[in-house]
Design a protein around this ligand. Structure first.
Ligand code: HSE
Length: 435
């Protein structure tokens, strides 16, 4: 068996976790790879306090790693889409296989990078880009290859789920929990990527491309973050038997594919509703297998390193035996990819949670119900609280049946125009996750 030589670029959170795994668990990893695996070259602008690299070749110029003729697999863990893109392109051009945890790079530039990798006859692997340590890419791309996937829904940002869980369970402030997520190494360098849903959108696009056999379509994802959620919404959702989770949803229909990231009410008895803290979970509906659920740590050094090293081992199995990796980047032959249209959000149908503040007087509820009914929207549940002492307005919370967003938008605009309604209406999508 040939020894496979690894070049590691980046010693940040995931890079240091990967270094430690390769350094400390070499025997186990080589046994899985069925060939010797050697970390030969590290490229990092600075040292990491948890990594003793004294016995390794270390370059401050990370490009020295991709130019090293000894290196077979370049592991890109520097993040971002500028230097990282140059680095991956150079590695591919130099005939190296690449493993990356970089979801932004794959989601935004994957189509061109996969084409370059195909032309160069090398593999570009990215298991760690989605859902941290959960092997969801391998599950979708290989484990479910006998299925047509009709939809998937996932909690795919650990930081956001950690924040929502801590706020709900412990009543903690948003900013305080976010600071802890940053200290624990869960959050992105720019944490707005986590809380505004961009990180989840990157991951959703990757999952959808594999699930439906489409090119990556990052510019078409609908993306709504968790920053506007209020403690009242969390409490009212509970009263109605739901939990609020930040979901990425991809659904295939005859009109194309839905790609959306947004806060979502989920029935509290669903497994996804009970995924808490930094854990991620992805629910996938396959034509043969039915629903399957994948759960685990969605962020953090060691869980993400687990996925990085799994990709390295997978490549090493083939390379060590003198073969080229054969699994296609998105699981389908590139000729078989279908450029399906993304369904406009106005046409996407979900049930809705609405919260508004209304004058406490006769006829108000009937005005609201009449506007909803004009749009063909019926009310599934309603909460109206008694007014506080000396208060003439009351909160009204409504759960609707399934309605296209366009119809809901029209109804909400008309209700907001009623003189009895003060302030705007808060609205959150509701998913039953049952088919
Ligand atoms: N910031 C990401 C998260 C890290 O919180 O899920 C893992 O991709």
């Amino acid at each position: 068996m040939n020894a496979v030589k690894i070049g590691l670029c980046g010693l940040g959170t995931v890079g240091s976790g990967t270094f430690r795994l390769l350094h400390e668990d070499e025997g186990n990893i080589a046994a899985h790879a069925r060939c010797p695996l050697t970390l030969t070259h590290i490229g990092a602008r600075r040292d990491h306090p948890d990594c003793d690299t004294a016995n390794y070749q270390v370059s401050r110029d990370i490009f020295a790693v991709v130019d090293d003729p000894e290196v077979d697999i370049v592991v890109e863990l520097i993040g971002g889409t500028t230097v990282a893109k140059d680095l991956v392109e150079k590695a591919i051009a130099n005939g190296k296989h690449v493993v990356t945890a970089n979801k932004a790079l794959i989601a935004e530039f994957g189509n061109e990078l996969f084409a370059a990798a195909n032309a160069a006859g090398v593999a570009l692997r990215y298991e760690a880009a989605v859902a941290g340590g959960i092997p969801i890419i391998k599950a979708l791309r290989e484990g479910l290859s006998a299925n047509q996937v009709s939809w998937l829904a996932g909690i795919i940002n650990g930081t956001g789920n950690f924040i929502l869980s801590e706020m709900r369970d412990k009543g903690r402030e948003f900013a305080d929990v976010l600071a802890e997520a940053q200290a624990l190494g869960y959050a992105e360098a720019d944490p707005t990527f986590d809380v505004e849903g961009i990180d989840a959108a990157h991951k959703l696009v990757i999952l959808a491309a594999i699930a439906f056999g489409t090119p990556l379509q990052f510019s078409s994802v609908y993306c709504e973050g968790i920053t506007r959620l209020t403690p009242e919404d969390v409490d009212y959702a509970e009263e109605l038997g739901y939990r609020i989770k930040h979901l990425g949803v991809a659904r295939r229909s005859e009109r194309g594919v839905e790609l959306r990231v947004h806060p979502t009410l989920i029935p509290e008895h669903r497994l996804l509703a009970n995924v808490n803290g930094v854990k991620n979970a992805v629910l996938v509906e396959g034509s043969a297998v039915g629903p399957t659920l994948y759960y685990g740590a969605g962020a953090g050094a060691a869980p993400t390193a687990s996925a990085v090293v799994a990709d390295v081992v997978d490549l090493a199995r083939d390379l060590g035996a003198g073969q080229q990796p054969r699994v296609a980047h998105l699981g389908f032959d590139c000729q078989a990819l279908q450029d399906l249209p993304v369904v406009p959000m106005a046409d996407v149908e979900t049930a809705w949670y609405l919260r508004m503040e209304a004058e406490d007087r006769p006829g108000v509820l009937s005005d609201i119900a009449s506007i909803l009914s004009q749009q063909g929207i019926s009310i599934e549940a309603l909460i109206q609280k008694a007014p506080e002492e000396g208060e003439s307005r009351v909160p009204v919370i409504i759960l609707t049946n399934v309605a296209a967003q366009g119809k809901l938008d029209s109804a909400v605009a008309a209700i907001e125009a009623l003189p009895s309604i003060t302030n705007g209406i808060a609205r959150i999508r509701v998913e039953s996750l049952d088919g």
